[in-house]
Design a protein around this ligand. Structure first.
Ligand code: NI
Length: 391
């Protein structure tokens, strides 16, 4: 087992930064990652690997490093960008109007390419076969992971590991959590149908705006009054659409929002309460509420054994023990959760926050950026995970 992985990764810092910046300047939305996939496949080919493309009927790219008769450990990076107009004033800013790598998936691909290169150098030291999974379509329903799994990327895989760059964690730290780690998002759409009319004659109308206000406040009682002290959940309304002018009570109000939970029983209970409160409140005032609830990615559950392996990999990659932290439950969703339902897996956050160099904006923000000093650290952790497997 090499002890100088981090030195090796730091030696390719310039290359990692160049890859990341190229991908950053050329972001592609979920389902449209053609150029991204071509770039990744070309780099893998240059390393002497034989990438398979268009996996799952999408832009997935998979490459294997086979060790005879040995099962696979898998590493996964996601590939897609977001419909955000970048506001960073950097020379590698997005060249595509309205599209931006604002979640760090550009860094994920660069780090996985870096890990591929390290693993190629150390191929004779591998005890397990390695599968590199570049997965498209993470940011958008239904996620890219289910199609990749249906295409067989987990066949022969005994464990899977993934890193997400994390701006809220300072560079030099990594963190994760045993068991439930990231939330299962549930999408809400509520339409409240009243009776429109003249704003000066509310007695002739059923005002859906006031009812919507009561519904929104009522929904905020679910977490505080339905869940216990040890249960976790979030209910957020994110959109209200209604009305056209100051003297007309509208016919209806449209609400949208999200529920975040970490357990199927709680998810179902909260969803049911949303339906009851919206419909019951509307009914009490003579209106009607149509409630559409759709469950998205499952809760991401980290396997305790793979978390321990991830900690070991981080140490091997040069992280001090006190810089490998336990993180609290995360309200964000991740389609990496689907892989963890199939094989033991762990997802880990890699610190890349550094406000001193303007890298402190949250994910999905137009000024999101990362401290690129995290790139070699991430590549080293990914490589270490594979090199120690089966050893
Ligand atoms: Ni992301």
């Amino acid at each position: 087992m090499p002890t100088d992985l981090i030195d090796e990764a730091c030696g390719m810092s310039e290359q990692l930064v160049a890859w990341r910046r190229h991908l950053h300047a050329h972001p592609e939305l979920s389902g449209a990652e053609e150029q991204t996939a071509a770039f990744v496949a070309e780099r893998l080919g240059e390393m002497g690997l034989t990438p398979r493309c268009n996996i799952g009927g999408m832009n997935g790219v998979v490459a294997d490093l086979v060790v005879a008769d040995q099962p696979f450990v898998a590493l996964r990076a996601d590939m897609d960008a977001l419909p955000i107009q970048e506001e960073n004033d950097v020379d590698y800013a997005s060249e595509t109007l309205g599209v931006m790598h604002a979640c760090g998936h550009d860094a994920h691909m660069a780090m996985l390419l870096g890990a591929a290169r390290i693993l190629q150098h150390h191929r004779s030291e591998l005890h397990r076969s390695v599968r590199l999974i570049f997965q498209p379509h993470e940011e958008n329903e239904p996620g890219g992971a289910p199609a990749m799994i249906r295409a067989g990327v987990l066949e022969g895989v005994e464990s899977i590991f993934g890193l997400h760059i994390w701006a809220a964690l300072p560079t030099g730290r990594v963190g994760t959590r045993v068991g439930a780690f990231m939330a299962s998002p549930t999408l809400l759409e509520i339409s409240i149908h009243g009776k429109g009319g003249h704003a000066a004659m509310p007695e002739e109308c059923i005002d859906p705006i006031v009812i919507a206000a009561q519904v929104i406040v009522g929904l905020q009682m679910i977490v505080s009054r339905t869940l216990g002290a040890s249960d976790a959940g979030v209910v957020t309304i994110t959109r209200i659409n209604a009305g056209t002018t100051h003297n007309v009570i509208p016919q209806s109000v449209e609400l949208a929002g999200t529920i975040r939970t970490f357990d199927t029983t709680i998810r179902d209970r909260v969803s049911e309460r949303v339906r009851e409160i919206a419909q019951g409140t509307a009914k009490a005032h003579g209106a009607r509420a149509d409630v559409k609830i759709s469950h998205s990615y499952p809760t991401l559950i980290n396997d305790p054994v793979i978390v321990a392996d991830a900690h070991r990999a981080a140490e091997r990659a040069g992280f001090d023990r006190e810089d490998i932290v336990d993180l609290p439950l995360q309200g964000g969703g991740e389609d990496f959760a689907y892989y963890c339902q199939e094989v033991p897996g762990a997802f880990m956050f890699l610190g890349a926050g550094n406000p001193a160099i303007d890298c402190g904006f949250p994910h999905h923000h137009p000024r999101f950026n990362i401290d690129e000093a995290a790139l070699p650290r991430g590549a080293a952790v990914l490589a270490a995970y594979c090199l120690q497997a089966g050893g």
